[in-house]
Design a binder for this molecule. Structure first.
Ligand code: SF4
Ligand code: SF4
Length: 234
């Protein structure tokens, strides 16, 4: 078996927090989902013309639907306890990968359109319009969050960055900028029946080959059923 050539980082008594390098991961964006996969999931195939209004309406809908989202957006006190808890920040040094900064990409737009102070005195409260540049930042940095929730464990208020990332991604889907690796896979699972999009004969052929491999390696005869009623044991 091939072994990767790298030195395992030494565990230190205290973690070393890297120096900030602003914008080093701004360019990092996953491919967008093709229109056909977006549309299969009920989303627009490309960025809609009135995307700002659609996005703001969706933010309002999510805020009403998920009480926790509004609480998370309103309750951060910028204590900084989460800043060095995200592996994406520690691994990239980009300050927008700090959980609080990631949240703020969404929070500043929320403040602008959903709070009185943000509507009246946006600059004073860090509220910003939803521009194309902000949307591009969302696309970069909300896809650099694996929604692992590690940061939320350290937040004294229990703010869950993952939930804010999910909301941002849902808003982006709704305006037509979905992510290929999620949406195409979900689309294939829904329409073809498996996440790889294998047609039935190819899937059956693959599984038959796998049955032979399992038997060869373990001596145990197994059967991987396709479209058969089976008894499940848990
Ligand atoms: S939930 Fe996102 S921001 Fe928080 S630690 Fe995990 S990857 Fe980082
Ligand atoms: S730990 Fe919680 S309250 Fe403190 S900055 Fe991070 S998200 Fe905000």
């Amino acid at each position: 078996m091939a072994v990767a050539e790298f030195d395992t980082p030494e565990l230190k008594e205290y973690p070393v927090i890297p120096r900030l390098q602003e914008g080093v991961m701004k360019h990092s964006q996953p491919y967008t989902a093709k229109a056909e996969f977006q549309e299969k999931l009920g989303f627009p195939g490309e960025l809609v013309d009135n995307w700002q209004q659609v996005a703001i309406d969706k933010m309002g809908e999510l805020n009403k639907k998920y009480r926790s989202l509004g609480v998370y957006l309103d309750s951060c006190v910028k204590c900084g306890a989460c800043t060095d808890k995200c592996h994406y920040y520690l691994g990239t040094t980009d300050p927008k990968n700090m959980p609080v900064a990631r949240q703020d990409l969404f929070r500043k737009v929320y403040r602008r359109y959903f709070t009185l102070s943000g509507k009246l005195f946006p600059k004073l409260v860090g509220a910003e319009d939803l521009t194309k540049e902000v949307l591009d930042d969302w696309y970069s940095y909300f896809h650099q969050c694996s929604q692992c929730r590690r940061c939320s464990v350290y937040c004294p208020y229990g703010i869950d960055t993952a939930e804010i990332s999910m909301a941002a991604r849902e808003v982006m889907d709704t305006v037509g900028v979905g992510q290929k690796y999620c949406n195409e896979i979900i689309g294939k699972a829904q329409t073809i029946g498996n996440n790889l999009g294998l047609p039935e004969p190819a899937l059956i052929d693959t599984l038959e080959g796998l049955e032979e491999d399992v038997e060869e390696d373990t001596g145990v005869k197994v059967h991987f059923p396709v479209d058969e009623k089976v008894q499940m044991y848990y």
